[in-house]
Design a binder for this molecule. Structure first.
Ligand SMILES: [Zn+2]
Length: 224
């Protein structure tokens, strides 16, 4: 029976039991009596069978065989572990807006700690594309598009303010190399997802479903 450990799975979208199917450890002694190295583990998810490599850099105050616990100084996964799963509804927009579909596929593959600027710029690109679709044309700068979204009733002014923050973060990544923290990136993804989902999925679904709602009965006149 192989060793196992809990590890994040990109397919299952959460931490799951993984079999350690192979492992290797390189160690280097440092003249001060400590040691450092990299432990590489090949992992296979027990739920879906997806495989990944986990590289742990470790440091040991004293030699590893002296029985002390090593300190793990950094952990890297190959492929990187994704922060956010692709939404269930994504495939439903492939035929309606193939260009946005392609952008979103790239965005979700960049939702990991090693591609934060690409992710941030990607969200801004998706919003630019979506606003042009929703407005039926390009109204110029992001500022002008956001104003037009409010004028045409696509956004409330508080939604406009949220979207402006997301666009600003994307612009800062594009022009000034800004690396947004994970919390901000997750917020950016949530705002983008809400807008795409409402426009392409929830809105059309509700309009179709409206036909199945029985009409209100005519109001009865009260007899005197
Ligand atoms: Zn899995």
């Amino acid at each position: 029976m192989s060793d196992r450990r809990q590890s994040p799975c990109n397919v299952c979208g959460r931490d799951t039991d993984h079999d350690i199917v192979w492992q290797d450890n390189t160690a280097k002694e440092i003249p001060d009596g400590s040691a450092t190295g990299v432990k590489t583990l090949a992992l296979r998810c027990r739920g879906c069978g997806d495989c990944s490599l986990c590289e742990e850099e470790w440091y040991h105050d004293g030699l590893p065989y002296e029985g002390n616990e090593s300190t793990i100084t950094s952990t890297r996964f190959k492929p990187p572990r994704l922060w956010r799963r692709t939404p269930d509804w994504l495939e439903r927009i492939e035929s309606t807006d193939p260009e946005l579909f392609d952008i979103l596929v790239e965005i979700y593959s960049a939702a990991n700690p090693q591609q934060v600027r690409l992710l941030s710029v990607g969200v801004r690109t998706a919003l630019d594309h979506l606003m042009i679709k929703m407005l039926g044309g390009d109204f110029g700068s992001f500022e002008q598009k956001l104003d037009e979204m409010v004028t045409t009733g696509h956004l409330t002014s508080s939604q406009r303010d949220d979207l402006a923050i997301v666009v600003d973060a994307g612009s800062a990544s594009s022009h000034r190399g800004f690396k947004p923290p994970r919390e901000l990136l997750e917020g950016m993804l949530m705002v983008m997802e809400g807008l795409v989902r409402d426009y392409y999925v929830t809105g059309p679904m509700l309009k179709t479903a409206k036909a199945s709602i029985p009409p209100k009965p005519p109001r009865q006149r009260r007899s005197s």
